[in-house]
Design a protein around this ligand. Sequence first.
Ligand code: 4FV
Length: 232
Amino acid sequence: MTRVDVLSIFPELFPGPLGAGVVGRALERGLLSVQAHDLRDFTDDRHRQVDDTAFGGGPGMVLKPEPLLRAVRQFRAADPSARVILLSPQGRRLTQEVVRELAGEAHLVLVCGRYQGVDERAREEIGEELSIGDYVLSGGELAAMVVVEAVARLLPGTLGSQESLSDETFTESGFEPPLYTRPAVFEGREVPEVLRSGHHAEIERWRREQSREQMRRRRPDMVRDGATAGGV
Ligand code: 4FV
């Protein structure tokens, strides 16, 4: 069972969308647990203060180090093997490869920033950062949900036969070949003959080629980075 602890000033956001679909089922089946913790529970003042103004001035607030590190140290003391990750735009980019790596962890602790960000001393002690993309969110919660969603799909038993990862093997780089379903003719546009031919080798070859073609056309940057369509 993969255990995920989430640290946030809005713990009520969880599980939220994670409660639906395949991830919801993984939670029900006990393949995954997602426990949200309120950062304010790690304060020791009666105002339960988690943020303060930035030294040196500037707009916005900064998450204080004490509540963050009180929480992180408590998680680490309880489980020294826990992988503690701060979600932030400056972090390592989340890719399917990183998701596979995280799916191998038994215990993830995801720290969600808010405001302008977190105090540098807390950030240093946390030690690892992940970004879901080069844009700025108001908080790390949605990024944490993206991580949990992507990891949960790789956990054995999460995807039923209908949603097997097998076809994803074909799109190691996340590039699906064109998909078609009934009707075979829609507004005069036919499903490619090869897909209705029953020739599985032909179909595999067509899909592999289409994946490459789609990647070349839509994500030339991935081609440059050597991502391989149908990567196996
Ligand atoms: C983010 C991202 C992100 C930055 C300031 C939260 C916000 C606020 N997290 N990938 N992109 N975080 O924008 O992970 O604290």
